[in-house]
Structures are given as C-alpha cells and as structure tokens.
Design a protein around this ligand. Structure first.
Ligand code: PGA
Length: 248
C-alpha cells in the first residue's frame, strides 16, 4: 500500500481555530502536514505535538545566516522542530522571481540539513495552450534535482499547474495522472526506477473535498498540496476523511 500525504499550505494566512486538528488520530499510510506562516510555526508545533499533524515551512533560504533581509535558514527552522519545507511554490517563482537554479540551491541545502522537501513544479496556462507543458515541467524538475545524486529519499514532488492554483479550475484526474506518470518517468531517468516508484508525487491546484477522491484514485497521485481549502477546518478534515476512504 502506498503512503499518501495531505498537506495544507496556508500561505500568508492564519486560521483562527486549529484546535480540532490536534485531535486527529494517526491514520495508517497517511501523513498530514500544515504549513503556516513562519511566525506561527512554533505555536502550532507545540499544539500538534503527539498528534498525526506535522508542521512544515513554506520556504527556506540556502545560507545559514548573514545579510539576507527577510529570509530564513534551515537551521532556524530546525530549532522549531520543522522537518518539511515547501520549495519553489509557483508564488515564490512568479511573485518573488525565484528561478529553477535558486530552487536547486535550496533543495541541495535542505537535503544536506536533513529536511524532507516538497518541491513544486507546474506549467502556466500558456505553456499548456502551446503544448509545452511537459517540456516546462521536465526542465523545472531536472533543474531542481540537479546534482543531488543519491539523495532522493527525502524529496516529494508537488505538481501544481499554475492555472489551477486558487482559481477553482482543477486539472482533470486523467490530465493530472498523465503528468504525474510523466514526472515519475523523468525521475526514473535521473534517480533510478526503484526510487521513482517510491517517490511521492502530490497534486496541487484547487483540490477540494469533492475532487480529492477522484484525484487520489489515480495510480501516480500520492497526495495533495492544498491552499484555499486548508484554511477552513471542516474543509481540510473532509479532504483528509475522503482521502482515507480511498483504498490505495
Ligand atoms: P489552492 O492552492 O488549493 O488554493 O489552489 C494550492 C497551492 O497553492 O499550493
């Protein structure tokens, strides 16, 4: 049975009441992650201690310390018990100008510091319209993973088509599956078949309680990275419960 991950990316938002999340019992073969803003990691790490819910970060920089105003290092995150970090989210790329090369430096540093990394890739709508979506995704993937050699165990990929993020437009399960299968084949080219088979590939982009099951039923979709629907406890828990029902 494969292991799935349901991860909430809160972005620059807070949730008033996450108390009920702390009551979630561990679920077989499922990891549950929330990624609040940096300022609230400590609080939620403490309140979720001993529960099924883990707390991650939305970004990290590739230097340990220094004159990098506004950035945060892996070493600082470790002090707050963070194990997971999201890297290369499309908002980091498109709003803050992060390049594939910067994502790669963050990946290498995060691995050397022992973190599990959720590396986001995904094409823009124009790439898909011009039938370049696979080429774009392959380039992002291969650059992000460049030079990491045998250190793939702590990598999770999140395929998030930019046009589906926060728009209510989800990729169809079959389109998402087609891309996930492609990504797995490309990982096999750089990391080997066995690693590729075990690597988690999450889907992100307008995942909601009503579509999560159809997405997770696909062979190569191993979980979801959720923005908007992770901000309401009842939506997020419904996604978790629906995911639990899929016999994967
Ligand atoms: P969304 O965001 O679920 O609101 O589309 C997903 C993400 O940005 O990771």
């Amino acid at each position: 049975m494969r292991r799935i991950m349901i991860a909430g990316n809160w972005k620059m938002n807070l949730i008033d009441d996450i108390e009920p999340l702390t009551g979630i019992e561990p679920i077989d073969n499922m990891d549950i992650l929330i990624c609040p803003p940096f300022t609230h990691i400590d609080k939620y790490s403490k309140s979720t201690e001993g529960t099924a819910v883990k707390v991650g970060a939305q970004n990290a920089y590739y230097e340990d310390s220094g004159a990098y105003t506004g950035e945060i290092s892996y070493k600082f995150l470790r002090d707050f018990g963070v194990e997971y970090v999201i890297l290369g989210h499309s908002e980091r790329r498109h709003v803050f100008g992060e390049t594939d090369e910067m994502v790669n430096m963050k990946v290498k540093k995060g691995l050397s510091e022992g973190f599990s990394l959720i590396v986001c890739i995904g094409e823009k709508e124009s790439d898909r319209e011009n039938n370049k979506h696979k080429m774009v995704v392959e380039n992002q993937l291969k650059t992000a993973l460049m030079g990491i050699e045998n250190n793939f165990e702590n990598i999770i990929i999140a395929y998030e088509p930019v046009w589906a993020i926060g728009t209510g437009k989800t990729a169809t399960p079959l389109d998402a599956e087609d891309m996930h299968k492609f990504i797995r084949e490309k990982i096999a080219e750089v990391a080997g078949r066995e690693i590729s088979a075990n690597m988690q590939i999450l889907y992100g982009g307008s995942v909601k309680k009503h579509n999560v099951k159809d997405l997770l039923r696909q062979d190569n979709i191993d979980g979801a990275l959720i923005g908007g629907a992770s901000l309401k406890y009842d939506h997020f828990i419904s996604i978790i419960r629906n995911a639990e029902q899929i016999n994967i």
